[in-house]
Design a protein around this ligand. Structure first.
Ligand SMILES: Cc1cc2nc3c(=O)[nH]c(=O)nc-3n(C[C@H](O)[C@H](O)[C@H](O)COP(=O)(O)O)c2cc1C
Length: 198
């Protein structure tokens, strides 16, 4: 059966270093036979969660904006490649806003005990996390990882593998590091193979 992988880009630069790594990983997934779609969070028009709590009782959010089609896409996908830079030691603001709007999934799963992702579907869902940081300092990925792991638990698409690249301020242009781009491709390919085999 055809498998769908979503590439979620947290960088505002749609042709920056994170975007290049994401595209290589998605190419790997396509070469493994998956269909892919990229969601560029920075191009979506939405507000942060306003805690209206409509989702306490309903399978969606009352805020009528670009997040509406996202719930179906994240619900239906088989795999996720989440690629983002570190900002202020954590998740870039717009991506964090995107994640927070998945309170819709949180309420369904933990409050109403009716998860939006079925047990059967959850068994095979996997995430590849790609993250880059400007600095090379201990713990630079700690903050972002906590939020990302919480998000992946909420949407029932567990972490499968990760590529964490520090020191981008020195590397500057990822194109100068074909080894890192190849790692992204190989992990995307491996994720795709895993999904198509399941
Ligand atoms: C607003 C902002 C905040 C940042 N905060 C951090 C930080 O806390 N730690 C760090 O190591 N790098 C930080 N960076 C650097 C980015 O992680 C780095 O430049 C990354 O390569 C950007 O990826 P991109 O060009 O694909 O968007 C920050 C960059 C921006 C623009």
């Amino acid at each position: 059966m055809g498998r769908k992988v979503i590439g979620l880009l947290g960088s505002p630069l749609t042709e920056g270093n994170t975007a290049k790594l994401l595209e290589r990983a998605l190419q790997g997934a396509r070469d493994a036979g998956c269909e892919t779609e990229t969601i560029q969070v920075s191009t979506l028009s939405f507000e942060p969660c306003m805690e209206m709590m409509f989702c306490r009782e309903h399978d969606t959010c009352i805020m009528d904006d670009d997040m509406q089609p996202m719930y179906g896409k994240i619900r239906e996908m088989d795999g996720l490649i989440l690629a983002t830079p570190v900002m202020t030691m954590g998740v870039p603001g717009k991506l964090k806003g995107f994640m927070d709007r998945f309170q819709v999934f949180f309420m369904a799963k933990y409050v109403r005990k009716q998860p939006l992702v079925s047990k059967e579907q959850k068994k095979n869902r996997r995430t590849l996390f790609i993250c880059i940081s400007g600095m090379k300092i201990p713990g630079v990925f700690d903050g972002i990882k906590k939020s990302v792991l919480a998000f992946l638990t909420i949407i029932d698409c567990p972490l499968w593998d990760e590529i964490l690249i520090p020191d981008m301020d020195t590397i500057q242009d990822i194109s100068k590091r074909p080894d890192l781009l190849d790692t992204a491709y190989q992990k995307g390919l491996a994720l795709g193979k895993l999904l198509t085999a399941s």
